[in-house]
Design a protein around this ligand. Structure first.
Ligand code: PLP
Length: 426
């Protein structure tokens, strides 16, 4: 069964057609950008990004959370700066992301550092940057942080990531809160760690962290996980462990096609009652929710290939640019950059030029006819798009463009052949 594109022109983002039937990002036609930058190109709307941050800030204002945008979703410096300027902190997972945080002058007290395996140099750099919290997932790492902090004569705050064994009903590859995943520590083991941690001299176990997965569309899995976490905290406090930070992770789902995920307000209505009269600092780590539908990957149609069985639209973007379809079988709507009224609709596979059968953006998709030389936009590509891109097939990575109202800026240059071999020696 061919699938048509469900994603509607709606309130959720700032990509829409103007009177000339040109797809615009805010007020700028994509055609205009692509004439200047060439393709493929990631194009982001700063308005959409800020609106999403604002929705979360407003929905949760009664508890004044620290919203640490998850850098892994989209790490472009211009995007980080846009968010940091509006009060966001950053959730990082590597020394490289810490470096980026420094580049946009994110204050250390607004940085939380997660990840299942931090190296000594990364730990030292984070301590030097005076980050707010380390999110830790194993006892050996906790001990290592304590040792390093001791050598540096500093005290650091740490949250243990709890694995609450809750099924978030999302794709297996982005499920992280079930017992069989590598993430976090189960309640029984965690209880022992908190009680024993009182002996640690330089790592203060003052927080609890939970992140159950990504692209979660309903509130129930969150409520189930947070309830378990809160009763665990009650137990800890009764045993004399003081918890100052509760990091609730990210994971809010977005619309790729016909999903109907909770809004920030609906999410807040479900979970805020759980936190009444609680004193700790609440932290969120949203990634996808902030940037997913704030970005598209624009590509040019190179060829239309017809076999006896199928029609293929071959584009100049490939799985190295956007791996989500190959990796998760993810759905991305595809819109023409220039809508032609007379365009017939056909069923296409939209594919890239790479030597892999997994190199596709859509399969069996009913789309308006698009001709070689025309551009298309792969929608909702702002999260885990560019950050997961690679140089596979020695293809330079796409440029990135940030639109603000009626103007746009290239915020990352397209990679050149020289960029591809930088650092290599014969
Ligand atoms: N926090 C942690 C610990 C994560 O692992 C992730 C994503 O993998 C996030 C936050 C961001 O998740 P999302 O983009 O679904 O909001």
């Amino acid at each position: 069964m061919p699938r048509t594109d469900f994603l509607k022109e709606t309130r959720i983002h700032d990509f829409s057609y103007n009177k000339k039937n040109e797809l615009c990002c805010e007020k700028v036609p994509l055609r205009k950008i692509l004439e200047k930058t060439g393709s493929p190109a990631y194009i982001y709307s700063s308005k959409t990004i800020l609106e999403h941050l604002g929705k979360l800030q407003r929905a949760f204002r009664s508890v004044r959370p620290l919203i640490c945008y998850s850098v892994k979703a989209n790490a472009n410096l211009a995007i980080l700066k846009t968010l940091v300027r509006k009060g966001a902190g950053l959730d990082i997972v590597s020394g490289g992301e810490l470096f980026r945080a420094g580049k946009v002058k994110c204050p250390g007290r607004k940085i939380v550092y997660a990840g299942v395996g931090k190296k000594d140099g990364e730990i030292r750099a984070a301590i030097r940057a005076r980050i707010l919290l380390f999110n830790v997932e194993s006892v050996p790492e906790l001990e290592r942080i304590n040792e390093i902090a001791k050598k540096m004569r500093r005290r650091v705050d740490v949250s243990l990531r709890i694995n609450p064994n809750v099924d978030p009903h999302t794709h297996d590859y982005i499920t992280t809160g079930k017992a069989e995943t590598k993430f976090g520590i189960d309640f029984d083991r965690a209880r022992e760690v908190y009680l024993a941690s009182q002996k640690l001299t330089h790592a203060r176990l003052s927080g609890v962290h939970v992140h159950i997965g990504s692209q979660i569309e309903t509130g129930e899995p969150f409520v189930e996980a947070f309830r378990k976490i809160l009763s665990f905290i009650d137990e800890l406090e009764a045993a004399g462990v003081r918890i100052r930070f509760l990091n609730l992770g990210g994971g809010l789902g977005v619309i790729y096609s016909d999903e109907n995920p909770q809004t920030a307000d609906e999410f807040a209505r479900k979970i805020l009652p759980l936190f009444k009269k609680r004193k700790f600092q609440i932290i969120f780590e949203p990634g996808r929710f902030i940037v997913a539908n704030a970005g598209v990957l624009a590509a040019k149609v190179l060829y239309l290939k017809e076999t006896g069985v199928k029609k293929f639209l071959i584009t100049d973007a490939g799985m190295n640019d956007l791996i989500r379809p190959a990796f998760y079988n993810a759905y991305h709507a595809i819109w023409p950059v220039m809508k032609r009224k007379d365009a017939k609709r056909w069923v296409f596979d939209v594919v890239g030029p790479i030597c892999e059968s997994g190199d596709f953006f859509a399969k069996g998709r009913e789309l308006p006819e698009m001709r070689p030389g025309e551009f298309l936009a792969i929608m909702t590509a702002g999260a885990y798009g560019f950050t997961m891109s690679s140089n596979y097939n020695s293809r330079g990575r796409a440029c990135e463009v940030l639109v603000k109202g009626g103007s746009f800026r290239v915020v990352r240059k397209r990679e050149s052949y020289q960029d591809l071999v930088r650092g290599e020696r014969i």
